[in-house]
Write a protein that binds this ligand. Structure first.
Ligand code: UDP
Ligand code: LCN
Length: 804
């Protein structure tokens, strides 16, 4: 859309649409007549734009409409429900902002409607009787949020912690009593019963402030590096306990930020103070589905980047916890427990082992709890007792992952009164068009009614949500975010969700993952290179004999390689990349193609999507006569060797290509960039945010293969003329990683969240409790009966659980 002319953001759609319609009355009557001609149906934006094009034949006239206010409204429409003679538009002018209007196709009268009215109207398409039922279940989580702080700008979405500290600073600033909850919070801090920071002698703000002043004067007289133990005795006499710091300097700094907060709260000191508080020692992370293991699991059903993510997350968080605990002057051993399901038939993995230490950590473990007991299959999975058995005391933070992990985390956090975070880098709802409205059709296969209800429950129960990108929450200008798609939706015949989640809720935080830099490091770090893998990689890439690990061969070894690696799912679009390459002669003359994906023998796969992709790959290799230019390598499990593989690709002055139709985040993108391999990645989803197009890599449009393959070819042509260009892109990719995508940044952010949201939970205790009651009702009355309808699987197959 090039122009929005007289449309002001302050005008509502209902206000500005009538004038827009009046100006193009003739054309719009024709156009809307076409909309209603088909009877009841749900239109998407592309249908609207197509109908508009068909109704206005004259190009100049059409351009006029498209560039008018009306054109802007229509192109901002996500969907339109048609129930003749009316059309109800669901318009999204900006990320997170939705408006609803109803237009009569006969007289073009416009009426602003509420979200409830819109959803009811939409329900009419699918279930007329239910749409009219006055007792139909309406779910409204927003009703509990009226007195909670909320963001107002699309650009602020995802920066929860920094806004929470702003809101807190005004709440703590109101009167002399406002800081009391902070005092109570500090008084309650302890580790297995041992008081931390302050004890009950400092029972008022005045007493606390006085103690801080005395301590500050005293600390000023000490050398900065005086260990805490040297003045511990003195501190205890003043009512101050351990946890402030490990030496005079850190203690003084922590006290300084608290004194500032008590004097005149400001967000910076609030954030700083909470980042130093000893709140978190024990963490439980739920990652339930798939094969959660440390070796030989990647590529098994439901087992992809999530497992890599969790294991790296654990290592990074343990390191950060150890660092923080030391700085707090404590000698506590942190414990992180990844809780997953024990799989008796473990296919040669360790997934049937109850307890396994996490490699390269000191105190972290994987705890596996079976779904089955000798008495049969459990209806409800309860891991609490096992967790408490393995931990010294209760966890301080519970983090869930994906629908199953998040639901269990919510139940356990609520039961034990613990702060909770959730993660779901890929929510199921947005994966299939109209998965909500058509839930009845899809339920036998996917059980969406159950899954979406569980997702809603945990999104609302959790204290904070960790996302990897902005688009995950609120999408882009054109496309709603994954969380945003839960704002309002309907499951006709079951429930009408009029307020599911609010993307302006400051519980949303972006904390992007990194890639393990001991595995994925730049190809230029010669002394660190894992050269022992080189013979195997040489054989993997260039051995002429096809075998079960590789097929195809590369005739011209001098050419750079374009490389891709992913599970062989449709959405990963490895076959798309193969086709783009096959079609583009220029690209074929410049580079070879190497892909690591799945298997070659369809008989070896049980996954119907994978089978289709395998067959497609074979037929493309045949169709475009790719032998001699393509090497197809089967899924690779050894991450150390894979790290070296990326670097060997960089040695050829090649590039990584991530061609997915949609990618939530895309760990391979940052792995490649960490190795210094210039990267082309899909503009659909997370990678569009990771890479700044043309600066730290390139975006490609997976729906426009010709354009994508030409963009890659242009790059290699340019590199031929100017080899420095390749080096520049490689370095800029690395720079981007170091600035934004490291596990250190991630762990720091997440632990800060744990600390600040645990206080936020106290500050808004009453509101939280009311919402929790509502959630319990939904869980007991709605979710549990839906779950009863899900057949208990005899074998885990993709159809039953597919949250990746
Ligand atoms: N991976 C692998 N071997 C393969 C394919 C993928 O080790 O054959 C790894 C890859 O290096 C990355 C993860 O699996 O660490 C995939 O994560 P990504 O976020 O790219 O996609 P997901 O599979 O989670 O959708
Ligand atoms: C799931 C996905 O689909 C990927 O895009 C992510 O990178 C991965 O999880 C790790 O978060």
């Amino acid at each position: 859309m090039t122009s929005t002319l007289s449309f002001k953001r302050s005008d509502s759609i209902a206000d500005s649409m009538p004038e827009g319609l009046r100006q193009s009355r003739y054309h719009m009557k024709r156009c809307f007549a076409r909309f209603v001609e088909k009877g009841k149906w749900l239109m998407k934006r592309k249908d609207i734009m197509e109908e508009l094009e068909r109704s206005i034949e004259d190009k100049a006239e059409r351009t006029k409409v498209v560039e008018s206010v009306l054109g802007y409204i229509l192109s901002s429409t996500q969907e339109a429900a048609v129930v003749p003679p009316y059309i109800a538009f669901s318009v999204r002018p900006n990320p997170g902002f939705w408006e609803y209007v109803k237009v009569c196709a006969d007289d073009l009268k416009v009426e602003g409607i509420t979200v409830t009215e819109y959803l009811k109207f939409k329900d009419t398409i699918y279930d007329e009787k239910w749409a009219r039922d006055e007792n139909a279940l309406e779910v409204d989580f927003g009703a509990f949020d009226v007195s909670l702080p909320r963001l107002a700008l699309s650009s602020s979405i995802g920066n929860g912690v920094s806004y929470i500290s702003k809101f807190m600073s005004s709440k703590l600033n109101r009167d002399s009593e406002s800081a009391k909850p902070l005092l109570d919070y500090l008084l309650a801090l302890n580790h297995v019963g041992e008081s931390l920071m302050i004890n009950e002698t400092l029972s008022t703000i005045d007493k606390l402030q006085a103690a801080l002043i005395v301590a500050d004067v005293y600390l000023s007289s000490l050398p900065k590096d005086t260990p805490y133990q040297n003045f511990e005795q003195r501190f205890t006499e003043w009512g101050l306990d351990k946890g402030w710091g490990d030496n005079a300097e850190t203690v003084k700094e922590t006290m300084g930020s608290l004194s500032e907060v008590l004097q005149a709260p400001d967000p910076l000191n609030i954030e700083k103070f909470f980042s130093r508080l000893p709140t978190t020692f024990n963490i439980v992370i739920f990652s339930i589905h798939g094969y959660f293991g440390q070796a030989d699991v990647l590529g098994l059903p439901d087992t992809g980047g999530q497992v890599v993510y969790i294991l790296d997350q654990v290592r990074a968080m343990e390191e950060e916890l150890l660092f923080r605990i030391k700085k707090q002057g404590l000698s506590v051993k942190p414990q992180i427990l990844v809780v997953t399901r024990l799989i008796p038939d473990a296919r040669g993995t360790k997934c049937n082992q109850e307890l396994e230490p996490v490699l390269y950590t000191k105190h972290s473990h994987i705890l596996r709890v079976p779904f089955k007991t000798e008495n049969g299959i459990l209806r409800q999975w309860d891991a609490t007792a096992k967790i408490l058995e393995h931990m010294d005391g209760k966890p301080n933070l519970i983090i869930g992952n994906y629908t199953d992990g998040n639901l269990v985390a919510s139940l356990m956090a609520s039961r034990l009164g613990i702060t909770q975070g959730t993660i779901a880098h890929a929510l199921e709802k947005t994966k299939y068009e109209d998965s909500d409205a058509k839930w009845k059709e899809l339920d036998p296969k996917y059980h969406f009614s159950c899954q979406f209800t569980a997702d809603m429950i945990s999104m609302n129960a959790t204290d904070f949500i960790i996302t990897s990108t902005y688009q995950e929450i609120a999408g882009s200008k054109e496309r709603p975010g994954q969380y945003e798609s839960h704002t309002a939706f309907t499951l006709p015949g079951l429930s009408r969700v009029v307020s599911g989640i609010d993307v302006f809720d400051p519980k949303f935080n972006i904390a992007a993952p990194g890639a393990d830099q001991t595995v994925y490091f730049p190809y230029t770090q010669k002394q660190k290179r894992l050269t022992s893998f080189h013979p195997a990689i040489e054989e993997l890439l260039y051995n002429k004999q096809d075998n079960s690990e590789h097929m195809g061969f590369l005739t011209d070894r001098k050419k750079p390689i374009i490389f891709s690696m992913a599970r062989l799912d449709t959405v990963k679009n490895i076959s798309g990349l193969t086709e783009w390459y096959g079609k583009n002669k220029r690209l074929r003359s410049l580079v070879n193609l190497v892909v690591v994906a799945g298997f070659f023998d369809p008989a070896k796969s049980k996954d119907r999507e994978e089978i289709a992709e395998i067959k497609k790959m074979h037929s493309l290799i045949e169709k475009y006569q790719l032998k001699g230019q393509i090497r197809w390598i089967a899924a690779q499990n050894d991450r150390y060797r894979n790290g070296e593989l990326y670097r060997c690709m960089a040695d050829t002055k090649g590039a990584f290509v991530q061609p997915a139709l949609y990618e939530a985040f895309g760990l391979t993108v940052i792995e490649a960039m960490n190795c210094g391999l210039p990267t082309f990645a899909t503009n659909q989803g997370g990678p569009a945010e990771i890479i700044v197009d043309g600066v730290s890599g390139f975006h490609i449009d997976p729906n426009n293969g010709d354009e994508a393959s030409n963009k890659i070819a242009d790059f290699f042509e340019k590199c031929k003329e100017d080899p420095e260009h390749w080096n520049k892109m490689s370095m800029e990719g690395l720079r981007r990683i170091y600035e934004c995508y490291t596990w250190k940044i991630y762990a720091n952010k997440v632990l800060n969240m744990g600390s600040i949201y645990s206080f936020q939970k106290q500050l808004y205790k009453d509101q939280k409790q009311a919402k929790q009651r509502y959630i319990q009702t939904l869980y007991n009355l709605q979710f549990r009966s839906l779950a009863k309808n899900v057949p208990v699987p005899t074998e885990v197959t993709k159809e039953l659980v597919s949250p990746q």
